[in-house]
Design a protein around this ligand. Structure first.
Ligand SMILES: Nc1ncnc2c1ncn2[C@@H]1O[C@H](COP(=O)(O)OP(=O)(O)OP(=O)(O)O)[C@@H](O)[C@H]1O
Length: 278
């Protein structure tokens, strides 16, 4: 709240968490044939920090717990989910709606890359068109019996994250950071956006946290000391996991083999997400 606050929010553009205006509810129902129990969005402040990797690993972790998982790849101009899962199938449609493509491990995926004739074709559309596609992924696809849907957001706080948060009733967001980012600033932006949109934050995941020497097991903080714990404490958030830099992880993602990745870097995140069922 600013010092000059006169408690008349109607003429104020700031998002201070004290907003007295009644927020209009823009949430929209999914396709009438869809059955989706929980939706979690994965966000990051900038590109390339590993948001898609975290979306993929969280999905695999939940699928390994016996849950039916869906992934909506809302990164329309930079979709990477199908490649990570080695999914090339075609979207099938009926008059009632279209169906996601299912991975080898049983995860349902919808991504722009599954709709393009050629996966290397660029998507050169303006923001409103892109946001419209994300809405179509929600309305026009039939998501059957999905326990947990993860939405891989484009980085930042632009049109698409806003559309997703307004349109889909989210159970929470997971914020992905990396040690080389200005973590405090990124987290504060995400916290303010989530507050403004009334979406709970499930916690932070730090990717590329450290490198573990394969010979001696010593951990090296290649990008400098992590500040994720301090920042999380500052905002009252949980740290849900720290993922090391691991060339094998990148190689498995490039080979479409994320479902065979061993180790569970996100067990705390998965435990927290499972609590949504309670
Ligand atoms: N911990 C890690 N160890 C090794 N490679 C990683 C790790 N995290 C991510 N990568 C690699 O870095 C690249 C970027 O990761 P990813 O696509 O998940 O980032 P992103 O934040 O989703 O990017 P964008 O915002 O551009 O979609 C990928 O090639 C991925 O395999």
């Amino acid at each position: 709240m600013s010092e000059a606050c006169n408690h008349d929010c109607s003429s104020c553009g700031s998002t201070c968490g004290e907003d007295t205006r009644k927020l209009k509810d823009f949430h929209e129902d999914p396709n009438e044939l869809s059955d989706i129990r929980h939706v979690i969005a994965v966000v990051s402040g900038k590109g390339g920090v590993g948001k898609s990797l975290v979306t993929g690993l969280l999905s695999v972790a939940m699928a390994r717990k016996g849950k039916h998982v869906g992934i909506m790849d809302a990164d329309i101009t930079g979709p990477s989910i199908p490649k990570m899962f080695g999914t090339t199938g075609e979207v099938r449609g009926t008059s009632a709606g279209a169906y996601p493509v299912t991975t080898a491990g049983g995860i349902d995926i919808v991504s722009m890359n599954l709709l393009l004739e050629n996966s290397t074709d660029p998507v050169v559309w303006r923001g409103p068109v892109i946001s419209g596609v994300v809405k179509q992924f929600w309305h026009d696809f039939i998501w059957q019996d999905v326990d947990y849907m993860f939405v891989d957001m484009p980085p930042g706080t632009g049109d698409v994250p806003l559309t997703v948060m307004q349109t889909i009733r989210l159970d929470g967001i997971v914020i992905v950071t990396s040690p080389q980012e200005l973590v405090s600033m990124i987290v504060e932006k995400a916290v303010k956006m989530a507050e403004a949109m009334k979406v709970p934050i499930l916690g932070l995941v730090e990717n590329m946290s450290y490198f573990e020497c394969p010979d001696c097991g010593k951990r090296h903080e290649i990008y400098g000391k992590s500040h994720v714990e301090e920042v999380a404490a500052q905002y009252g958030l949980d740290v849900l996991g720290r993922i090391p830099i691991k060339p094998e992880l990148a190689a498995q993602c490039d080979a479409g083999q994320i479902e065979t990745v061993e180790g569970n870097y996100l067990s705390e995140a998965a435990a927290k997400i499972l609590e949504l069922d309670k």
